[in-house]
Design a protein around this ligand. Sequence first.
Ligand code: FRU
Length: 448
Amino acid sequence: MYRNKFHIQAKKGLVNDPNGLIFWNNEYHVFFQLNPKSCEHTFKHWAHIKSKDLVNWEELPIALAPTDWFDKDGCYSGSAIEKDGKLYLIYTGNVKNNGIRESYQCLAVSEDGVNFEKLGPVIHDKNIPKGYTRHFRDPKVFRKDGKFYLVLGAQRENLTGTILLYSSEDLFNWTFEKELIKNDFGYMCECPDYYSVDNQGVLAFSPQGLEAQGILYNNRYQSGYILRDKEEIEKNTFIEFDRGFEFYAPQSFEGKDNERIMFGWVGMPEELEHPSVEEGWIHCLTLPRVITVKDNKLFQNPHKNLMGLRKDEKILSDLKVQGSLNLKDFEISGKTFELIISLKDVKSDFALKVRSGEKNNTLLKYDYENKIFLFDRENSGRGYKGTRKCKLEKLEKIHIFSDSSCLEIYLNGGEEVFTGNIYPEENDDNIILDGLNIDISNLEFYNI
Ligand code: FRU
């Protein structure tokens, strides 16, 4: 009953990071970390799916399995790039002998985009530069001015996290260039990504070991970005991508029409107590999000092709909320749906309850006085509980994708996003609005 309808997930086992995202030969390829055997973080493979539209996905055979000496304890995260018409994957081969870690950055190639041939390590464990530990992984490759580069997550010998830059002419021979950030970001930076969007450099990564600061950095590990190309970066310029509970290790790529598209992992390392485990699976990926930058601010919006999921449109305009209003009065309710609420001049608190039933509800609330948006899953049903908040100067639009056990909430045209899992009862389907003098100019609802 918790299996999602329109988020990428596996039939069985554990899903984590999106890997190898690429638009190649007119198709979107998505790979992701998968343990096909159990809901634990072991035995990592690269699962593979492709799509023409980012909505309908075709399952392909497993692309990489941990079967060689250089990746025997996991084909860990990495990325994809096209060269001479072929599709190359570069990933971390994780090896553990007697508990001692080795990390190999490995290549694999495919001519048909289905079958991959492993070519072995191109950055060998014994060539890890001096000053860094074996926590050395997650290559994200890109092309710039006719040359290949990759960013890599690393840990310094003093146990602080950083990101390294390598360069190569041919994808096979790599030269260590420099550290991309000089500061300490916790004890490890996983899954770095570097790209330029709207003429702005974006350095994304998932640091481990940041201390919580008020409403910031409340999850076990963080995932965010810096909008700068400088090497010395102030820590407070690191901004979390997502303000919710489960979001980690995102990766981006260039889609059709130069769009910058990102998928994240709806999960958190070491948090395995999700009720979906009873159904033999755990975690999914986020929806594809388009990244844009305007006035030094990064926005994330659900990809427009997701409109292809819409069924049974219901539109209400000029709705005044005075007290509590169950949208069932307008024949609107549901478990898997898209809901867009556009508000006019909000001057008081506004609450929205989704997946609401006799016992459960998930509360989304704007605190006008304090300019705080809240995602509260204390009463959502089973699973992890808690609240997450973010600062929001004004509330103009709430755009929700509700899947069977996963919520994505986009605010004000992608200014802030909250993602999280909830596990209510099957028939908890009420959507309730609550406020005084709240003017909704438009409300759109679609079944999915
Ligand atoms: C992030 C991560 C990566 C690693 C992969 C292993 O979630 O820990 O650093 O490559 O997962 O599955």
